[in-house]
Design a protein around this ligand. Structure first.
Ligand code: MGD
Ligand code: MGD
Ligand code: SF4
Ligand code: MO
Length: 736
């Protein structure tokens, strides 16, 4: 029996795993007690990596659809078919006629993090969509405007804070998001043990809310109003304290003008939170020794996601808590590269049908269906999905079904034949986590401590699967007329050479002016993502700079640290690392101010007394794709409609009975779970279910299908970021 240590790639928590294996079989997976970050913490999903790898439904060879049925094919056949279908579409309609959807697992793999952008560059299409616009795009946009870079995202310093105000997040189930911390539950309890306070704002009394010091129920979609009111109280009370940032903040007067009218007494009705509570929380924030305001999915996936995201960080700034210990801080990842100073902007191009602006190089996925269905110049004719399942995970699934079925050609890189990939003419099988090296590019930029941890692959590709970076380079060459069987190694050398070239030419890089050939030759890791990792680490903030600091980090050093390297608690980074043109924190960016009137109008909208739908997560789920692992789905049905007793009584719906839920987009019938954990007027249905569609190969998931909550989401969005509205959807519920 051999023991192998690796980081779990399934969610954002980056737990260390101890994997015992023998003769290619996984015997046991448990938490790695020596991991420098997770200290043995693990959730039920982490121990299933072996089951995922051995799942008989997992795709090992490419599939081609012939006469409506998928059958196995060779890689050459698959790529040749892609070439003969996609290249004519590009020749006739241009690259924008080929859309790409990048799903969430890309940010959980090295190939997805490094090579999807290479592929997108090769393709040169502007029709790029991703899970970011059903998730965190509001945070990128508000960060871009306030701090100058969409990836300068502050995380709550939960290990040191004295007061955590958390909105729209349920880390007891999700294990945290945009704030990487293995064992959120333990870290939250530690806040309380050291005398601090945790306040949770959520329409549902979640596990997180239940253990907090105070649960504040809020009407879905009204976080922005609540947060504006907190800012209003602090500003009106003359209690603004910018702390160490006092000389580095711009726009306080404009901000003060913008929050006028959002008094607690005005927002209490729409938010459903007493004005006295709002005033008290504002004063608690101001007077806490340190405090962090943190908002997640529930605040972002709403009509005013960017307004709320903005105000979260405004509150961190005006209470003196941004960029200081115990407040909201900026991680410094080992692979971080210099960021240029420039004006962030959105809308450099827009969608064709609704003229919706691009943000961070992508278009809102809520607009994908119409961009495929609406005829005319610029219509999307072909689609490539990479580790995504938009049929279950993105809005208005009914319309998207129709759209995907109408495409001229579709390709998926995926590990399953599922609800989305069944539409594809060609499916290219990705690899499972144990068969690839790992380093969390995305999440060490969002971690509550500075951490670096590298995991080697455990198993090689025992089957026919190709590493995904190779698939992506080969696909890039195939669709751009370079032939379907390029020399992937040569392509990779070219890509890597360009990466080095831009660093040696960049005055802010530690290897500025060095010989690219010398750097190329000195980099370890072989071809593919590990070589890039070595390069990024060595040119990063703790790196050896290719000889500048002989004690600095290299891939080699990471390889000798199987439990990770702790680079210490977060440190203040401003003003040096601010990237706005002014060099200051912009509290009142004009594009955000311009949206305030819309928020004001919404406040005047009277609630019609109807029901609104929100989502929820369960620790044994992972969006739409882990329901084929039996141990994660066994037990009672989790895809239920939660409803308050008073609503159920009024509507004549019974516990365990069935209810028909209708929005303007569609209808589902779900079984009802009556609970007073959810506030009156609100119902909740988890997403990622609905595994009963024809043509999939998901034997476990299809036996417990549940219903697709995104049949009900409408395609409405937050207009600034393009982020979908997934919480706060008006619905009708009747007994079924
Ligand atoms: N109503 C509602 N909808 C939501 C949400 C919500 O809260 N409410 N949450 C949203 C959020 S935050 C997100 S991030 C999205 C996620 O949405 P997506 O990213 O589109 O979808 P997932 O459900 O994560 O599906 C991941 C896909 O990748 C495949 N896959 C898994 N591992 C690999 C791999 O290693 N390689 C490859 N090539 N494929 C792999 C799986 O088989 C699956 O098809 O869902 C969003 N949808
Ligand atoms: N087990 C598990 N873990 C996961 C995932 C998973 O699917 N399953 N998905 C991963 C992904 S991709 C992401 S992005 C993260 C998300 O991680 P979190 O952001 O923690 O997401 P949720 O657990 O959905 O918690 C969102 C909370 O917002 C509440 N809410 C809904 N509407 C509103 C509102 O209008 N205002 C407020 N204040 N609250 C509201 C909901 O009741 C819910 O409790 O989780 C990740 N981790
Ligand atoms: S919490 Fe996330 S990272 Fe940790 S074991 Fe569970 S799925 Fe893996
Ligand atoms: Mo997400």
């Amino acid at each position: 029996m051999t023991t192998h240590f690796r980081t779990c790639p399934l969610c954002e928590a980056t737990c260390g795993l101890e994997v015992s294996h023998q003769d290619g079989q996984i015997l046991r997976i448990r938490g790695d007690r020596d991991d420098v970050f997770s200290h043995g913490f693990i959730c039920p999903k982490g121990s299933t990596l072996g089951k995922l790898d051995q799942d008989p439904d997992r795709l090992l060879r490419p599939l081609i659809k012939r006469n409506g049925r998928h059958g196995e094919a060779t890689w050459d056949e698959a790529f040749a078919l892609i070439e003969s279908n996609i290249t004519p579409i590009i020749a006739e309609h241009g690259a924008n006629a080929v859309a790409v959807y990048l799903g969430n697992p890309n940010v959980h793999s090295m190939s997805g993090s490094l090579y999807t952008r290479v592929f997108v560059k090769m393709l040169r299409s502007k029709s790029i969509f991703s899970a970011a616009t059903v998730d965190q795009m509001p945070k990128h946009v508000s960060s871009g405007y306030m701090f100058g870079h969409p990836d300068l995202i502050p995380v709550p310093d939960i290990d040191r804070t004295a007061y955590l105000l958390m909105l729209g997040a349920n880390p007891y189930e999700s294990n945290g998001s945009l704030a990487t911390a293995p064992d959120w539950p333990g870290r939250l309890e530690a806040i309380q043990e050291r005398g601090g306070r945790v306040v949770v704002v959520d329409p549902r009394r979640t596990k997180t809310a239940a253990v907090s010091d105070e649960h504040v129920p809020i009407r879905p979609g009204t976080d922005a109003l609540f947060l504006f009111a907190l800012a209003n109280v602090i500003i009106e009370a003359d209690a603004v304290d910018l702390g160490e940032l006092r000389d580095h903040v711009e726009g306080l007067d404009e901000l003060a003008a913008a929050v006028v009218g959002f008094e607690p007494e005005t927002v209490e009705a729409p938010c459903g939170i007493p004005a006295t509570t709002i005033r008290r929380i504002a004063l608690e924030l101001v007077s806490a020794e340190s405090a962090a305001v943190y908002g997640r999915i529930g605040t972002h996936t709403t009509e005013f996601g960017t307004m709320a995201s903005w105000m979260v960080d405004v509150l961190n700034v005006i209470t003196g808590n941004l960029d200081r210990a115990g407040g909201a801080m900026f991680p410094r990842a080992a692979h971080e590269q210099p960021r240029s100073r420039r004006q962030f902007q959105t809308g450099r191009w827009s969608t064709r049908v609704r003229q919706l602006p691009e943000a961070r190089g992508e278009l809102p996925v809520s607009a994908l269906a119409e961009e495929i269905l609406e005829p005319g110049p610029g219509q999307i004719k072909a689609m490539i999905t990479i580790a995504g399942n938009p049929i279950l995970s993105t809005p208005n699934s009914g319309r998207l079904e129709e759209a995907m079925a109408s495409l001229d050609f579709m390709v998926s890189i995926d590990v399953y034949l599922n609800e989305t990939s069944r539409h594809s003419d060609v499916i290219l099988p990705g690899t499972t986590p144990l068969r690839r090296p790992h380093y969390d590019f995305a999440f060490y930029q969002l971690a509550v401590r500075n951490i670096a941890n590298y995991s080697p692959r455990l198993f090689g590709s025992a089957d026919d699967s190709l590493d995904e970076w190779k698939i992506l380079l080969r696909l890039g060459a195939t669709v751009t007329g370079q032939g379907f069987d390029p020399d992937v190694g040569v392509l990779d050398d070219g890509v890597f050479g360009m990466m080095i070239g831009s660093a040696t030419a960049d005055p802010s890089s530690p290897i500025n002016g060095r010989s690219p050939e010398e750097v190329f030759a000195a980099t370890t890791g072989g071809r593919g993502p590990e070589r890039m990792l070595d390069f990024l680490i060595r040119t990063g903030p703790y790196g050896d700079g290719y000889g500048i600091d002989p004690n600095g980090l290299t891939l080699e050093r990471l390889k000798h640290s199987p439990h990770g390297i702790d680079l210490g608690p977060l440190q203040p980074r401003f003003p040096d690392d601010l990237r706005t043109p002014s060099g200051k924190v912009e509290l009142a960016p004009p594009p955000l101010l311009a949206d305030v009137p819309r928020l004001r109008e919404a406040m005047e909208r009277t609630a019609n007394g109807g029901l609104t739908l929100i989502g929820r997560r369960h620790v044994r789920s992972n969006n739409s794709w882990m329901h084929n692992v039996d141990v994660l789905v066994k037990g009672k049905d989790r895809c239920t409609l939660q409803m308050n007793t008073s609503d159920a009584a009024r509507l004549g719906v019974t516990d365990g009975g069935r209810a028909k839920v209708t929005s303007t987009a569609g209808t589902v019938i779900a079984s009802v779970d009556i609970t007073d954990d959810i506030m009156p007027g609100v119902v909740s249905l988890p997403h990622g279910w609905g595994h009963d569609l024809e043509g999939t190969r998901l034997s476990v998931a299809s036996s417990k299908p549940g219903v697709n909550a995104n049949t009900l989401s409408t395609g409405d969005m937050d207009p600034i970021s393009g982020n979908a509205v997934l919480n706060g959807i008006p619905v009708d519920v009747v007994p079924a």
